[in-house]
Design a protein around this ligand. Sequence first.
Ligand code: ADP
Ligand code: MG
Length: 588
Amino acid sequence: MNLRRWAFPAFALFMMVLPALPVPDFWITQSNYIGLYAMVSLGLVLLTGVGGLTSFGQAAFVGIGAYTAAYLATTMGMSPWLTLFIGLGLAVLAALVVGAITLRMSGHYLPLATIAWGLVLYYTMGNLEALGKYDGLLGIPSLKAFGVELGTGRGLHPLIWAAALLAALAVTHLLDSRPGRAIRSLKSGSMMAEAMGISTFRYKLTIFVIAAVLAAVSGWLFAHFQRTVNPTPFSLSKGIEYLFMAVLGGVGHVWGAFLGSAVVRVIEDQLQVLLPKLIGTSGNFEVIVFGIVLIVVLKYAPDGLWTFVGRWLPAPKRERNWEGAAALPARDKPARGELLLEVDKVRKEFGGLVAVNDVSFQIRAGDIVGLIGPNGAGKSTTFNLITGVLPLTRGGVNFRGSPVAGLASREIARRGMSRTFQHVKMIPDMTVLENVALGGYLRSKANSVQAMLRLDREEEKRLFAEAERQLARIGMVHQMHELAGNLALGPQRLMEIARALCTDPALLLLDEPAAGLRHKEKQALGEVLRQLKSEGMSILLVEHDMEFVMGLTDRIVVMEFGTRLMEGTPTEVQESPAVRAAYLGTEH
Ligand code: ADP
Ligand code: MG
């Protein structure tokens, strides 16, 4: 029997029947709070733990859900199901506005903006006459379902927990999907994700909106649970507390949100009773205790408490169920000998330094062209100019007959260029297979809503079948279920090549694939490249190691100090005194 299979339905069933059991009211109330908090923390797991974006402002989104319900019900007598949709709409709108302004900017702008947003909303709620200022709004009617009053305690419990558990299920589904892999790629910087054709901005905005929606649902339930709202539960310090719950429980795990919420709720309650007795005066001392606990947790269990629970669960296993899945769409390939890439006098200046000085060369379909030169010659910069990672100072790049200079790297990827990185870029806590499937992003379509509802399973099978096919191509099928982060450097580099192949490229660009490899691994890599060449793949191979490219390439472009030193066949290059001088001159 699989523990992972039945644990969720058993827990869900237990939460549904809990209020019918002889459990004291106090614990039902606590459980309601835990469910409400968990929903908000769950948003933070997605946003912060998975996506790497920090928000202190989630309590404000809870406030939007709660105040919308309270205001529309008390002033207009509007139906709660209608106020839910309006509240969600407002939360989405607010998230889109805050996100659109800040998510394009780097790092700390979002946390700062969410602090500002949390403060603004708190003082707005506290100062608006219509919202009852700091006294808030009273007399919110209780919810009715199928003609039954749900009341505020036991009746509401199944609804709160149904919402929280469905949210957990939806987020779990999302994380194991095409958009989920895109979301999981956000934390390792945008360069790799964009090279796979992913708009990182779009997915940052997506998870920010999802987190806001979860918070607003929690707020809407909260309003009907309390039957009154005031600004205090939606303040900035509550926003920090939500983040605390997520981090304490385990910000990288869906169930960490639940564990963190439970621990915080129970301890908070005990401390509120205990601490004043111990200290002799009343005050919010629990906040100080939380601060200390957070530091201890960050130091000794940075992944949160869930790691201790997760250790006892069997590792999730992916069933190999994609046998016979239809192939993903493929692009029209250029005919052998067709002019594929034209690099025309590209130039890149970094301040006064000319890193690439009017370099030109061409690649025809089926060729393997080497771009070599000593360290600092400008190879990676040239590579980044071609793939759209860096803007050109001057010059042009044509790919399959149309100019691509100035396009975003994900647009260039869409046209059929795919690349690997000098320093391997991958998602270490995803399996090899999932990492390679990321390459199939542009050949698939499922969106976040389809993923949450599991309407994407057919396409997922096609993606995994393709990923496995590409792994077979490079001889790595036996490692497909291993975590990418556990691989040695050699297999990691091969995995990157498989991921690039999964995009169905017309041109494959490899940046120093042999760097740091041991002799055996280099041989294996050489074998893979020879195999690809025999299949007609066009490759631009950037390499520092001259020996490695000699037996592989049709033509070699040699760079030194940003300039093209010569271009020729491997033999011509090998015999050139100028090339030898360049290598000897800088190496010694
Ligand atoms: P290679 O890949 O051939 O070793 P690079 O293209 O990485 O060389 O670097 C070429 C030159 O440009 C080096 O002198 C390097 O210091 C400089 N350079 C590369 N990237 C940047 C950057 N982002 N800002 C400033 N200088 C850079
Ligand atoms: Mg380099």
